[in-house]
Design a protein around this ligand. Structure first.
Ligand SMILES: [Zn+2]
Length: 125
């Protein structure tokens, strides 16, 4: 068994971020459902753990740096606040459609995306 499983790494980060018992319990529940390919919405983690959004992003950033998660960018119209349902791997990817279906706003990738993550590994050696 590798010591560097996602759950082990998260447990070591819990003390770094001073998480309370409730937050630890909630994170464990969430992470147990993570599989390679799972999409992670920081806002969802924040609401299910009651961590601040800053802590949530810091935690996810650490998991990204360790190689468990990769960044993704979901297209989100900054004008009418709707999700387009399109996820980009990088901010330089071409868009399928340059205009919002709902309000016809022309997307600017740097402004009309939110940072999300995708699970790419469950343990590292
Ligand atoms: Zn729109």
């Amino acid at each position: 068994m590798s010591e560097n499983t996602l759950l082990n790494v998260i447990q070591s980060l819990e003390s770094k971020f001073n998480l309370n018992p409730y937050q630890k319990k909630q994170i464990k529940k969430i992470v147990e459902y993570w599989k390679v390919g799972t999409t992670i919405y920081p806002g969802d983690i924040k609401s299910r753990t009651a961590m601040t959004i800053e802590t949530t992003y810091k935690l996810l950033k650490e998991l990204n740096q360790k190689g468990f998660l990769e960044k993704r960018y979901e297209l989100y119209c900054s004008e009418c606040h709707s999700f387009k349902g399109e996820v980009l791997k990088t901010l330089t990817d071409d868009l399928e459609d340059n205009y919002c279906d709902f309000c016809n706003h022309e997307f600017i990738v740097f402004q009309d995306t939110i940072l999300i993550y995708q699970v790419v590994k469950l343990d590292i050696n």
